[in-house]
Design a protein around this ligand. Structure first.
Ligand code: SF4
Length: 354
């Protein structure tokens, strides 16, 4: 990893309009990604985690410009991705690739493996017919597939092999940066580690930079240098992996980490069960977006949105943590910040259903 910033995401927003009525008038917006900022250095892997619907996939797709941003900026290698046109945009599309979650639906069943991997090279006008064929064979070998398979169709492969084809399709163009959008969640557990090891090997071999999107925190810890946690369109915590897993500051991160099964007694945490459902991103809660589900929420959390603050490179967005770590803000710390007991949680759940 170098100190050079390859990707700079600045106050990125992506809203989707909600239309209603005969005239399809816009009546609201789904705030899928709401003002996120981070940088990724060359050769670095940033893990982006959160529950389904938190906006992580939308963020990944907006960064590679599969979706147009509503606001903010994405700079890749110093160039504004949203403003790029013509040859510059084509160059960016080669340098920034994406691997999708589901290798079953992301590969065209009517195309052979050769056509799938070669397609990008043809679109970008790279190489002669023979050179492209050599490149396809070479790339298949790099992802651990037998080059003699090139005339087979996706349905002739297992899930893990199809995901290798998806990686080959992205890799053939010689990218600098890849968004890996839940690349192993659709695969059998026995295959997942093979794909992760392949991605790690390719990163080392080609000096690739990754944005690794997942809801599986144990996998993210293994592959990522830094981790950003998203909740309802916002980044609520971001730190180096060791720091985040050893000392999670935000209550939501603590909840996510408490749900990882572990055999290591030193890392075992008390399971924290969240109350309620994820609120609607059309009308996110006032103040801190996590307050309706947070065991430590107070009045200030309902009133004021916490700012993203930083201590020694560890960023967090929480009034309680701000008071605890920096001594500032309006949150009134109890003498001991303890979680509600199981009995209290059950009682609250019972009361909510009455
Ligand atoms: Fe919980 Fe308040 Fe912190 Fe939000 S700001 S995470 S509601 S303690």
């Amino acid at each position: 990893m170098t100190d050079r910033v390859l990707l700079n995401v600045v106050h990125l927003k992506k809203y989707f309009p909600v239309r209603k009525g005969l005239l399809s008038r816009v009546v609201a917006h789904v705030q899928a990604v709401d003002d996120i900022s981070f940088q990724i250095r060359q050769g670095e892997t940033l893990g982006l985690v959160g529950e389904s619907g938190c906006g992580k996939t939308t963020a990944g797709r907006t960064i590679v410009r599969l979706l147009e941003p509503t606001g903010g900026r994405v700079e890749f290698d110093g160039k504004d991705v949203a403003a790029a046109q013509g040859a510059e945009l084509r160059r960016l599309r080669r340098d920034m690739q994406i691997v999708f979650q589901d290798p079953f639906s992301s590969l065209n069943p009517r195309m052979t493996i050769k056509s799938i991997v070669e397609e990008g090279l043809m679109v970008h006008g790279l190489g002669s017919r023979n050179e492209r064929l050599d490149k396809v064979r070479e790339t298949l070998e790099q992802v651990g597939l037998d080059p003699s398979y090139i005339n087979r169709y996706p349905h002739e492969f297992s899930g893990g092999q199809r995901q290798r084809v998806s990686v080959a399709r992205a890799l053939a163009l010689g990218p600098k940066f890849m968004v890996l959008d839940e690349p192993i969640s659709a695969l059998d557990v026995s295959i997942q580690s093979q794909i992760i090891n392949l991605l790690v090997d390719l990163r080392e071999k080609f000096g690739l930079t990754y944005l690794f999107i997942s809801h599986d925190l144990s996998v993210v810890e293994y592959i990522s240098d830094r981790v950003a946690v998203m909740y309802l369109g916002e980044i609520v915590e971001m730190a180096r992996s060791e720091s985040l897993y050893a000392n999670p500051l935000h209550p939501y991160t603590q909840v996510l980490l408490s749900s990882i099964p572990t055999m290591d007694p030193a890392r075992r945490r008390r399971r924290i069960v969240l109350q309620g459902d994820v609120p609607s991103p059309i009308h996110p809660p006032s103040g801190c977006r996590f307050h309706p589900r947070c065991p430590w929420a107070k009045e200030v959390c309902r009133q004021q949105a916490p700012k993203l603050l930083e201590i020694d490179g560890h960023q967090f967005r929480c009034h309680a943590v701000e008071k605890e770590q920096m001594g500032s803000g309006d949150y009134e710390l109890p003498k001991q910040r303890t979680l509600p007991s199981e009995a209290q949680l059950e009682e609250a759940e019972l009361a909510a259903t009455k």
